[in-house]
Design a protein around this ligand. Structure first.
Ligand code: 5GP
Length: 209
């Protein structure tokens, strides 16, 4: 899909597990009502209080594979032995309505989106330090020791991909990270190439909104 100047922004947020992507996104969404979070499909089991259709759409593997075959995903990837994917229709329907849509996805997925949708805004969330990252992963208490080691190792690998992103946001406090993202989005929305309609309207003698 090609976006036009009045569509919402597609905002892709990645970062190592434990960087606090989810919390930062939640804080951003609370204060920015013109933005929605895309809900992914996954084959992993629900954790704790996660709910179907709120945290994820939980699918079994054959169903997920059928969705891949039907071309229902904007991107999908295998992360820690499970599939995760972004349902295409939901995202484009809301962008067309002028809403911004956040995809909180891993790097493999972000790279696929960048190829198909380069006008997206690609943001990488970093922890303030690797020590702090480790502390956050462990204190979450939802993973086995093996899964913790796996997540920490992949954090190092993931950080190598940072130059594929447009912006880096350090999550030292949720409030700082949220404000930085707000500044990024304000700047992106002011870019001349996203505001061609204003020039066209003025030249055509129309007012713009
Ligand atoms: P978790 O299992 O902790 O919810 O998520 C594990 C990883 O999968 C996170 O890095 C998360 O950003 C990523 N993820 C969640 N949804 C998607 C998706 O739709 N596509 C891709 N590529 N990654 C996703």
């Amino acid at each position: 899909m090609k976006s036009n100047n009045r569509d919402g922004l597609l905002i892709v947020i990645s970062g190592p597990s434990g960087a606090g992507k989810g919390t930062v996104c939640k804080a951003y969404l609370k204060d920015n009502r013109d933005t929605i979070l895309s809900i992914s499909a996954t084959t992993r089991n629900p954790r704790g209080s996660e709910k179907e259709g709120v945290s994820y759409f939980f699918k079994d593997r054959p169903t997920f594979e059928a969705m891949i075959k039907n071309g229902e995903f904007l991107e999908y990837a295998k992360v820690y032995d499970n599939y995760y994917g972004t349902p295409k229709e939901y995202v484009f329907r809301h962008l067309k309505k002028g809403l911004d849509v956040i995809l909180e996805i891993d790097i493999q997925g972000a790279l696929q989106v960048k190829k198909r949708f380069p006008e997206g805004v690609f943001i990488f969330i970093m922890p303030p330090s690797m020590e702090e990252l480790k502390r956050r992963i462990v204190s979450r208490g939802t993973d086995t020791p093996d899964a913790i080691i796996k997540r920490f190792k992949s954090a190092y690998d993931e950080i190598n991909y940072i130059d594929q992103y447009n912006y880096v946001v350090i999550n030292d406090t949720i409030d700082n990270a949220k404000s930085t993202i707000e500044s990024i989005i304000t700047a992106e929305k002011s870019r001349v190439d996203r505001n061609k309609h204003i020039c066209n309207d003025i030249q055509g003698g129309n007012t713009y909104d």
